[in-house]
Structure formats: C-alpha cells, structure tokens
Write a protein that binds this ligand. Structure first.
Ligand code: VGL
Ligand code: ZN
Length: 215
C-alpha cells in the first residue's frame, strides 16, 4: 500500500450496529468483517476512526424536538433558520454504551480517533466539518501532517457519514475512494442520492478486493 494512503473508518459504533443499536444499519456487522479484512490485507500508513459524539440535548434527536408538531422520526424538520435536519433517534450520546466502538472492530493503539457532532445546534455527518461547514475537526490537519494524499472511506452509514466524509475529502483535494462492500446505508433513496453525488464529483466507488490492484 502506498505510503500516502489513509483508511478512514467512519462511525463503527454500537448504536449503528444490529441487533441492539438505536440507529442500527442493516448489514452493519458484515461491513465490520470486511473492514477488518481490509486492515489485514493492506498496510495503511494512517488509520482514522471517526466517532459520532453527541451531547444528550443534540438538536438532531427527535426526542429533543418532540414538542414540534412537524417533527417525525427519520424525517427532515425545518429548524427555522433555513436549515433542515433529519430527526434521528437518540444515538451515540457521549459516555453511553451506544457511543463506544463496536467490539468486533479490530483496532490498534496507533489508530487516531476523531470525534464529531459535539455541537448541540448543528449536526456533523462529515468527519471533517459540521454540516454548516462553520467549524471543523482536526481530521484535515492530521492527514496533512501525515503526508496523506489518498483516502479510502469505509464504515457506517454509506448515505450519511461515509458519503459526506468522502465528499469533503474530495473537495479538500484528496484522491478519494469509497469501498462499497465495507459500508452499509440507512435507506435506499438516500444511498442512491449520495452515490450519484459522489460519482458526479469523480469519487471512485470500488469493492474491497479491488484495492490491492491499485498499488
Ligand atoms: C450518522 C445519522 C446521524 C452516520 C450519524 O454515522 O451515518 N447518521 N448521525
Ligand atoms: Zn449522529
């Protein structure tokens, strides 16, 4: 594997995994198997784990907007300021079991954890920026410091945090690839939407067995 490649493992946390996760993504455990295999087969210089890390009063939680007559679970709600936010079940609350990385995910001490979604008023699907792009995480700086030029994005969920992390990586100038069999989506419609968005930008979508042939 090229010395300048990073693997970005997005949000492989208990709440996104069957059978008990509050925002479980079908097939999530199978995606973890593929991610572990990718780690084994390829020597990435840098491995990043993003972690969805919400305060209990986060504005993306349906429970915190239940007083709003138009708020319904899994549907977008107009928050008034021209912004729309999908109403999610409570998930990945700081300090909860659901927020922890899934025990099946193989990890190493050298993995770098990047937390996101900490600001109450705005969601953060991407590992790089909040959804309004007003504040950023350390991810871009970490990749730059490590001389990374290419990123491979895997994890949960394809249509949200994986997709938006890949799109931001591409916009920031990284050669970006999403490994499709190492991710799973929340819903079919949003998955197709995100795939089309990524393809239009020139982000490569490939299968895990194709990685080694790239180098
Ligand atoms: C995610 C919805 C809300 C994700 C995070 O990791 O894809 N989706 N928060
Ligand atoms: Zn979240």
């Amino acid at each position: 594997m090229s010395k300048s490649s990073a693997l970005i493992i997005v949000d492989v946390q208990n709440d996104f995994c069957p059978p008990k996760g509050s925002l479980q993504v079908a097939g999530g455990l199978e995606a973890i198997d593929v991610i572990n295999q990718i780690r084994k087969d390829n020597e990435f210089k840098t491995i990043i784990l993003t972690q969805d890390f919400h305060p209990q009063n986060h504005s993306s939680f349906h429970s915190n907007n239940a007083h709003h007559p138009k708020a319904s679970l899994f549907q977008p709600l107009d928050l008034g300021n021209g912004k729309s936010q999908v109403m999610w079940p409570d998930h990945c609350v700081q300090g909860s079991k659901g927020c922890e990385f899934h025990p099946k995910l193989v990890r190493q001490d050298s993995d770098i954890i990047v937390q996101k979604g900490k600001h109450v008023e705005v969601d953060s699907y991407s590992g790089f920026f909040d959804n309004d792009h007003k504040s950023k995480t350390d991810l871009h700086d970490i990749l730059k410091e490590n001389g990374i030029t290419d990123v491979f994005v895997v994890g949960l969920a394809y249509d949200y945090c994986v997709g938006y992390t890949a799109i931001d990586a591409h916009q920031l100038g990284y050669k970006t690839r999403v490994i499709e069999d190492a991710t799973r989506a929340v819903a079919e419609d949003s998955k197709i939407e995100r795939i089309n968005e990524m393809k239009a930008l020139g982000i490569d979508i490939l299968q895990s067995k194709e990685i080694s042939g790239l180098f």
